[in-house]
Design a binder for this molecule. Structure first.
Ligand SMILES: [Mn+2]
Length: 386
């Protein structure tokens, strides 16, 4: 597929101009209109550079995905906090390359890099699901990685929390690429702190509840972050909604703790009986039963390992990739999203990048759904509380 594949000339011209803007220009107007300034005639699929000189120039953003910058979707890297506050993007991607808290196969520290590298469509991609080019409507940057060092669990969580705080305080919605699932504790805590006094609900797609008290005595494992979030008061148990649980963990006493604390859990068996759309409709209502805004946490192991093998704790019998992508569109289309993470991609176990691509598309579905809301003039994508 060509890099600049707009369906018609005018949209494609916008693609070229937004590409130039994402490199260095001003943010789009709030109504989504683009700057009319163009440095050269637009090169599009309908207006290809046939017969032009071989040195015709493309913006970095519009060059093929495998050429040049390795940020998420080749977006501008904006790692400096001050620059972030000055630009005030709508969304900032954050890498959390941390896997010192895993209980089984390690390797999710390489997840952020693999998810960024799963960028396959350069330029201004067009969601066929929602009929929208998300970067025409949202200013999105890649804020880089939290400065993790190995074998230091406390530092890892501290620098992830600080990085997410910095992004959320700038007014941008943080979308965090894990990393093992323990990173949801610092990440969602930081978002809850910035959103206060508004309360957050959490929708959590996962094979596992991650609500253990400890893993072999460790409180900050990737099996425990959801209990820490609830105990710390970042989210009420009754607004912590899990979708897709299946397999053989945790033990009955952990399930009993979840029930005592009011968590609402939608098992894969319920999804099989009722269908994903009906279950996700209930999950949204339960998460917003009190809170106004939603943090979304996606563990890639909720997808069946036949479709997403690249993860540390695979659990056969999971969702289809397309069910998860549709569910993310459904959630983000219905709520005010204030933060998100996609975790547990461990590329060493992946095949043909299929797991990394699924995680990448989870982010793209969320961005596309936010963009579609902005186009409708509905709920603003930018969090309003500050
Ligand atoms: Mn998990």
């Amino acid at each position: 597929m060509p890099a600049t594949s707009g369906g018609d000339g005018s949209r494609a011209i916008c693609s070229a101009s937004i590409g130039a803007r994402l490199l260095s220009g001003p943010a789009p107007r709030r109504d989504g209109a683009r700057s009319s300034a163009r440095r050269r005639p637009a090169i599009t699929d309908e207006n290809p550079p046939i017969g032009l000189d071989p040195y015709v120039e493309y913006d970095e953003f519009d060059l093929p995905a495998y050429v040049g910058r390795t940020s998420f979707q080749k977006l501008t890297y904006l790692t400096d906090g001050e620059a972030l506050r000055a630009r005030r993007p709508d969304v900032a991607i954050i890498g959390a390359p941390f896997d010192d808290a895993v209980s089984n196969r390690p390797g999710a520290r390489f997840g952020p890099r693999a998810i960024r590298a799963a960028t396959d469509h350069a330029g201004s991609p067009n969601s066929l699901q929602l009929g929208i080019q998300p970067f025409e409507w949202l200013d999105v940057v890649d804020a880089g990685d939290a400065p993790i060092v190995p074998a230091n669990l406390e530092r890892g969580h501290a620098v992830i929390r600080r990085k997410v705080l910095e992004v959320a305080e700038s007014g941008a919605i943080p979308i965090v690429l894990g990393g093992d699932h323990s990173i949801t504790y610092p990440s969602a805590s930081a978002v809850a702190q910035v959103q206060a006094p508004r309360r957050i609900g959490i929708v959590h797609f996962d094979a596992h509840p991650d609500t253990a008290n400890t893993s072999w005595g460790v409180l900050a494992s990737h099996g425990t972050p959801m209990r820490r979030l609830i105990e710390s008061g970042a989210v009420e148990g009754r607004n912590f909604i899990q979708v897709g649980l299946h397999g053989y963990w945790p033990p009955p006493e952990t399930i009993a703790w979840m029930q005592r604390n009011g968590l609402r859990s939608h098992y894969m068996t319920e999804i099989e009986d009722r269908g994903m759309q009906a279950v996700v409709t209930d999950a949204i209502a339960e998460a917003l039963d009190g809170p106004e805004v939603i943090y979304l946490s996606v563990d890639i192991d909720v997808i069946d390992p036949g479709m997403a093998p690249g993860t540390g704790t695979p659990e056969p019998g999971g969702l289809l990739t397309r069910e998860l992508l549709r569910a993310i569109r459904q959630v983000v289309g219905a709520v005010e999203l204030v933060g998100m993470d996609v975790v547990e991609v461990a590329p060493a176990y992946d095949v043909s990048q299929v797991t990394a691509a699924a995680a990448h598309r989870c982010v793209m579905e969320a961005l596309s759904a936010m963009a579609a809301k902005r186009r409708q003039g509905g709920i603003p994508a930018r969090p309003s509380a500050r």
